[in-house]
Design a protein around this ligand. Sequence first.
Ligand SMILES: Cc1cc2nc3c(=O)[nH]c(=O)nc-3n(C[C@H](O)[C@H](O)[C@H](O)COP(=O)(O)O)c2cc1C
Length: 354
Amino acid sequence: MTKLFTPLTIRSVQFKNRIFVSPMCQYSSEDGFMNDWHLVHLGSRAIGGAAAVFTEATAVSPEGRITSWDAGIWKDEHVPNLKKITSFISANDAVPGIQLAHAGRKASTLQPWKGGEQVPPDHEHGWQIVAPSPVPHKEGTMIPHEVSLTEIDTIINDFKLAATRALNAGFKIIELHGAHGYLLHQFLSPLSNRRSDEYGGSFENRIRFILNIVKATRSVWPADLPLFFRIPATDYTEGGWNENDSAKLSKILKQYDVDLIDCSSGGLVQGVKIKTYPGYQVAFAEKIRREAGILTGAVGLITETNQAEEILSLEQADVIFLARQLLRQPYFALQAAAELNEDVQWPVQYERAK
Ligand SMILES: Cc1cc2nc3c(=O)[nH]c(=O)nc-3n(C[C@H](O)[C@H](O)[C@H](O)COP(=O)(O)O)c2cc1C
């Protein structure tokens, strides 16, 4: 059997293959509600044969959204629409996962297709952004409000409440979004975290916010369900967060009952040059897997079946997250199975095309 189609079990959850749908913001919600767009978008990837289908970054509070069109899970009213989506994904033999997120200082912007500019709080679709320290994301963007210890506790509790709602909505995996320069990453990196209290300074202090969120999430997320963490492997900048920090944190996250590290990078420092090429982040997944002894996911410019198979065969990662290739080709997994001569179940409605 090929590596890509070898099933995997994490806690009580079984994955039929190693192809996971990476979280992808759709900026198509109103007041945080997912809708028919999300049902069809995520549902087609489930029909397309991926083993796990993750929602986009889903905000734990209104201020945690990147744009006011982001999906959210900050109130119980969000749950029924989410349930409709998880039921469809599960009924089509894929595992529904949700990525929980807070954008911090990168919040309050327009959608990318409207230019992605930050919107001031006194304008429609704008609000006061928050961060560990009053350091703007880039020149010309707003200075964030430095969160107080009480506000930190509130955000941690927002993640906990979101996790409870995610469970009620039928999700089987939570991924905490710790990457791409958003709030969790802002606490990790010394470039954005200049605090002098117990949440800033040393490595141990800068990871405290993340560990408290993981603890709070795990306290309500059942022991038989997986918890993933998307890590910002490196800031690609001298004096920033780096690969060794990521490996060290991953080892600790394992002790906190995190099951898999989804290895992304960048997003904190504006304008930094990142050399991208096929599989450019795979080395991070390999390093973390080896040094922290934890399952990892590889992501980033993985577009070919053989490329994905090779990453798994070389034991560089345990699963493959695909984003853009699945926008081009929602049925990638079915096609990959055919290329690798694996006989996988197609939706019965589609069998005549097999
Ligand atoms: C349209 C789009 C939206 C994205 N939104 C998110 C998101 O909500 N959360 C996240 O962690 N990454 C997000 N990403 C990043 C992807 O999950 C992925 O890490 C990245 O695109 C690299 O993988 P790829 O080369 O397979 O596209 C997004 C990417 C795209 C293309």
